[in-house]
Ligand binder design. Sequence first.
Ligand SMILES: Nc1nc2c(c(=O)[nH]1)N[C@H]1C(S)=C(S)[C@@H](COP(=O)(O)O)O[C@H]1N2
Ligand SMILES: [Mo]
Length: 382
Amino acid sequence: MPKLHPILTPDHNFYDVSRGTPKPHTLAGDALINARLTPDTWRCEITADAFIEEPHTKVPATIAKSLTIADGTALDLATLMKLGKKHEVHFLKAMQCLNIDAPLGQGVWTGVPLREVLKLCGKMNNVRRIYFWGYHNHDPKQVFKSSVSYTQCFETAPGDLPVFLAYRVNGEPLSLERGGPVRMIVPWSHGYKSIKWLQHIFVTNDARNNDTYSSGNNDPDSFLKTAAYVDKSLDGQKIAAGNPVFVTGQVISGLSGVQRVEYWLRRIEGEPKPLADDADELLNAPWQPCELEAEPDWKNVLPKGIDPKQVLAFDPQRGQPLTWPPRYGMCSYHAMIKDLKPGRYEVRARSVDMNGFAQPEPRPLQKAGKNGIQVRRFEVVA
Ligand SMILES: Nc1nc2c(c(=O)[nH]1)N[C@H]1C(S)=C(S)[C@@H](COP(=O)(O)O)O[C@H]1N2
Ligand SMILES: [Mo]
């Protein structure tokens, strides 16, 4: 049988992508308390940017009430959890880095929509972007910040997901490594928007995107892309002739959904050159269907206390995701290949989205979302 991934990745099994020297999740004892990264000491400030500059920003953003550490008004965990009693959301999301070619993990994240948190500041005016950043060793050079537009924060289409401040993953408090006590979750985006160790929210009337990631030549407004990833475990395997070969991996449902996943297997001699994603040979190859893992019984998968009918992007009557895999979530896929003759082989996989675009289309630029076609090599031996 093929070996599939668990639907929920345990917190400590996520692939960790963290900047900072030292990394905030290596702090302990007093250093952790001074960094305000314990549940009791955690605080999040909310302030407005006084910035103006003609011609693009004529008036500054304002909020009726800033929440600051100096005034003793900064948001604490108890207040956030109290907001959660009324506004809590649960959401299944795959974490995928814009610059790493495999999913980092998938969790059910629990927290409070950013728009509800901003309401604590009273009336706001002239706000067009909302920035957020986390603990950064008090060193301005280490700030890692992201943002969403005012509209993205305040409006969500039915069945869609709001930006939220998460304090639990898979039913447990967020670990320090996952960005606890509180991290931002931006459902539609790659990981870089989901700021860990959240400590500051900053509203501005400068509509330009100055995310940390925009300086790395990335598209800082990209959506997660629909993409199939092939498990590395097949690489270099020697499989006895007569045994089936299992191609396995995970497929992420980006903005455009998943219609199907396909694989293409070819026999190779010597060291063939890598194939570009738009090579004719690849585009015209005899792609074969893979099978998506069956939808699980959610009552057995979700942590205690999270009813599948309450999870966003799940049907509130049936308690099942509106699509499979759920949008911005992922599931495993597999294919069984039989009767291969001894020799060396290459296998690739690709997703086809709900619009009929095969990976890496319709946005082949990798800086707008990771979705290159992956290849694994193995050998069938007599
Ligand atoms: N404060 C902070 N938040 C951060 C980062 C960081 O370096 N510092 N890395 C980001 C990036 S680039 C990614 S891909 C995700 C990774 O999340 P994970 O470590 O929980 O898998 O966290 C994001 N949030
Ligand atoms: Mo990332």
